[in-house]
Design a protein around this ligand. Structure first.
Ligand code: SF4
Length: 444
């Protein structure tokens, strides 16, 4: 096989970012070279996201732009993977007939071979089986190392929850946990390569170990990972509120290395909407979890996801969501207007919220969250945090950027050589998305 220059464009979530990093590593190991722009690439791969309608449209308009590159250089291999590709399969070729390769969320490990199949026969290839070869995929994840002080580790694939608005169970397949010993081995290898912080990734890590049965549960996995020599920080995402156990909540207080931040998507502050979304918890249950988390780990940061304009959401139900925000005061929030995804249960609901109402609700919600994020960040001013330095900062020369245990970004005067080390930093000025600080001790 020739040595090719490849370019990967990633849309969507951390899971996709991680898949792209794994794919890049796999292609590099075959002797190919990652490049920064599509213009100079022999292989262009889009790793797509289907969560929102607009994300899908973005993919097709981006493909339209790559079409011009292919017209100039027909030998380019243009591939589409990820959730849109998984959901659409061959339909991608109908909408964008100049695409050469469609690969799915569980055929990542086959991409080098598929690219070669396209190149050798100049034919279109579609490989989107969800049960392709789970062992080969798991081996690929186990083999893909992180770069820099932080790395992601995919602990499970897929999701069985079928929230009414969500396409993930259809495009990422059934829930499947990776064996714990393999994961711990992967974390050991990452630590040996200089990684000090790992984030365990899954659509719902709280149900880790249930499918297939026989594995340890998630709190136990967390304890094993945190015990690996060299690993100083452990994070995880995402947690489903219906599965957040007392044991896992206790891990925040009991397991050194488990960082005080949890992303706990609530989605709505109204019980009727939560039921319609098939979330299987109530607002009271959610608030109970928040109360327990904060009682056991008072410095914990809480972030969440909220959807506005789910079909049938009334003004009063939206006000209930704002009331929940006032009660919790989240550190950060990902908020979205509901968008219909074909094939999901919510697609059958007949009482859509008008677009203008959704927009107005989203704007109100985001204004309120802006105030809350600032309030939570200002509470950090004057306090000293251990900041893990990730590298140079965008804010200017002589500044480095790192994260507090709560996952908050702090910029301060320092040296890039401090990368992967923890520095005590006093926060001097907080803003909505990041803070400024000053080092008050040596890098450890
Ligand atoms: S838990 Fe619900 S929202 Fe999350 S991936 Fe699964 S179905 Fe989608």
């Amino acid at each position: 096989m020739d040595n090719l220059r490849f370019y990967i464009q990633t849309f969507g979530c951390q899971m996709n970012d991680h898949d792209s990093a794994v794919l890049a590593r796999l292609l590099e190991e075959q002797g190919h070279l990652e490049v920064e722009t599509a213009e100079g690439a022999d292989v262009i791969l889009l790793n797509t996201c289907a969560i929102r309608e607009r994300a899908e449209q973005k993919v097709y308009s981006q493909l339209g732009r790559y079409r011009f590159l292919k017209e100039k250089r027909p030998e380019i291999v243009l591939g589409v993977g990820g959730c849109v590709a998984q959901g659409e399969g061959r339909k991608v070729l109908r909408r964008a007939p100049y695409v050469d390769l469609v690969f799915g969320t569980r055929t990542l490990h086959r991409v080098p071979e598929l690219v070669e199949a396209v190149r050798s026969g100049r034919r279109q290839v579609v490989a989107t089986a969800l049960d392709d070869d789970p062992v080969a995929l798991a081996t690929l994840y186990a083999h893909a190392a992180g770069r820099g002080p932080r790395a992601y580790v995919t602990v499970m694939q897929g999701c069985d929850n079928y929230c009414a608005y969500c396409v993930v169970p259809y495009v990422r397949g059934r829930e499947l946990s990776r064996p714990a010993d393999e994961l711990v081995e992967e974390v050991r290898r990452l630590a040996a390569e200089g990684v000090v912080e790992v984030t365990l990734l899954g659509q719902n890590v709280n149900s880790y170990g249930q499918k297939p049965p026989g594995e340890v549960d998630f709190p136990s996995l967390l304890r094993h990972v945190a015990a690996v020599d060299g690993i100083r920080r452990v994070r995880f995402t995402t947690s489903h509120p219906k599965d957040l156990s007392d044991d896992l909540i206790r891990a925040f207080a009991e397991v050194p290395g488990v960082m005080p931040h949890i992303h706990l998507p609530v989605q709505s502050g109204a019980d009727r909407v939560l039921t319609a979304m098939n979330r299987r918890y109530t607002v009271a249950h959610y608030l109970g979890l928040v109360e327990r988390l904060r009682r056991l780990r008072p410095d914990i940061a809480l972030t969440s996801d909220l959807i506005v304009g789910f079909p049938g959401e009334t003004d009063a139900e939206f006000e209930a969501t704002l009331a929940l925000m006032e009660q919790v005061v989240f550190d950060g929030l990902f908020s979205f207007k509901y968008s219909l995804r074909p094939g999901t249960r919510a697609a059958e609901l007949t009482d859509p919220v008008p677009e203008a109402v959704k927009e107005e609700r989203l704007a109100r919600l985001q204004r309120l969250q802006g105030e809350h994020s600032l309030r939570r960040n200002r509470a950090m001013e004057g306090q000293v945090f251990s900041v893990l330095v990730e590298g140079g900062s965008k804010v200017g020369d002589g500044q480095v950027m790192g994260r507090t245990p709560q996952n908050k970004i702090v910029n301060f005067a320092g040296e890039v050589a401090w990368r992967a080390r923890e520095v005590p930093v006093r926060v001097t000025a907080a803003a909505v998305n990041s803070s400024r600080g000053e080092a008050v001790g040596p890098a450890g």
